[in-house]
Design a protein around this ligand. Structure first.
Ligand SMILES: Cc1ncc(COP(=O)(O)O)c(C=O)c1O
Length: 393
């Protein structure tokens, strides 16, 4: 339907009423029916802070110097969570922008004329965008049976044109963590930067480790790691948009900075893809980290990790379903031995569940908004669909 720009305005109440009606068809996180997203209902404090400071623009940091300092502190706290004193980076629009910035840095720091990036087959599609925009060829490394990247294949794929290596700490599909210590050794041996995409895992792994889960190192504690993506708007429970990119060295940030001279707050340089960008995201990130602290996030992660293991045990008991692999983080993926998974996914969506069926499995991301009763109801629907499918055979 073609929309016309209205000649006269509507009353505020009327606008809100219409929006409420029109968005009724949206799935909300509060309903507990979104099971396949890495986003969640933002924490009330982060929501409040976001609204309070909604007009701050970190694209013109000279105007909002207090906010810029707070962004630096937020980056510093994220770096410290990831084992680094100091650290350089930004709160950006999401994991996609963070990954693009990391690839841009690796390309700019190299003198190859045909830059290549070696990355796992399981990498997020944001690297396809990075490749397209930056003219960096993607060289895919194969996965092992446990769905982590085959480090020997990564090594085989390194050439004189390789500008960097990517490892993933919490893959999008299965939540597995690559052998980052081995990738770090490789990066050191070959003198290459290693970027770790911990967009999801960065706000899970440190807390899960503190709870006693046996997980590999994945961050700046490893010498070869030069940058990490870590997203506050995923398990950090900060409102969208809030991604994070952290570099070990200042020269990385310098390599992607351009002069930004006309700004009202005075000329500075800018490293982010976006120009005008929400200071509220950085402030909300800072506020929630300050409020919850390490122990607060440990409690959040404790609950979702336990729920994931409970859910995995239920899947194992159900006829016609099979776990793709034991969960590593708070993502549980399963497939069906009794029914086409694509059809199962479509039927579940038709019943109002927000799940995706891709690569032959359905993936449940146990975000903080997901409750046990939602999962019980979900499993009842899965059983009904499997039974219905069996009677159709
Ligand atoms: C591992 C990983 N990296 C990057 C991204 C991209 O993040 P965003 O959607 O915030 O741009 C995702 C999104 O799910 C992800 O799972």
């Amino acid at each position: 339907m073609a929309m016309r720009f209205p000649s006269d305005g509507m009353e505020e109440d009327e606008v809100i009423r219409e929006l409420k009606i029109r968005t009724r068809e949206d799935l909300t996180f509060d309903s507990g029916r979104i099971l396949g997203s890495m986003c969640t209902s933002p924490h009330p404090l982060a929501r409040r802070v976001f609204e309070m400071f909604i007009d701050r623009n970190l694209g013109d940091p000279g105007l909002h110097t207090g906010s810029r300092r707070i962004e630096k502190e937020a980056v510093g706290m994220l770096a410290s969570l990831l084992g680094l004193e100091g650290g350089y980076g930004h709160i950006v629009s999401g994991g996609t922008e963070a990954n693009i910035l990391a690839v841009r840095d690796m390309r700019n720091m190299s003198d190859s004329e045909k830059p290549e990036l070696v990355l796992p087959r399981s990498a997020h599609f944001s690297f396809l965008k990075a490749s397209d925009m930056l003219g960096v060829r993607l060289v895919w490394a194969e996965l092992r049976d446990d769905y982590t990247v085959d480090v020997r294949d990564v090594e085989r794929k390194i050439t004189d044109d390789t500008v960097g290596i990517v490892g993933i700490a919490g893959t999008t599909g299965l939540g597995v963590i690559d052998d980052i210590p081995a990738l770090s050794d490789l990066a050191v041996d070959y003198g290459l930067p290693l970027h770790v995409d911990a967009a999801f895992g960065g706000f899970v792994i440190p807390f899960a480790k503190a709870l006693g889960y046996d997980l590999p190192d994945f961050d700046f504690r490893l010498r070869g790691v030069s940058s990490v993506t870590v997203d506050p708007h995923k398990m950090g429970m900060v409102p969208i948009p809030a991604g994070g990119i952290i570099f070990r060295d200042k020269k990385a940030l310098d390599s992607i900075s351009v002069p930004a001279s006309y700004l009202a707050g005075g000329g500075v340089s800018q490293a982010t893809i976006t120009g005008t960008r929400p200071g509220a995201s950085a402030l909300a990130t800072w506020a929630l980290i300050k409020h919850l602290g390490f122990s607060g996030y440990v409690r959040v992660v404790d609950r979702v990790m336990k729920l994931s293991r409970w859910f995995a045990s239920r899947i194992k008991l159900m006829d016609g379903l099979r776990l793709v692999r034991e969960p590593v983080l708070n993502i549980v993926s399963f497939t069906s031995t009794a029914m086409d998974v694509g059809t199962l996914g479509t039927e579940l969506r038709a019943r109002g569940w927000g799940v995706s069926a891709h690569r032959g499995y359905i993936r449940i991301v146990m975000m903080p908004h997901v409750r046990k009763e939602n999962l019980e109801e979900f499993l009842r629907d899965v059983s009904l669909l499997l039974a219905g499918n069996a009677s159709n055979l």
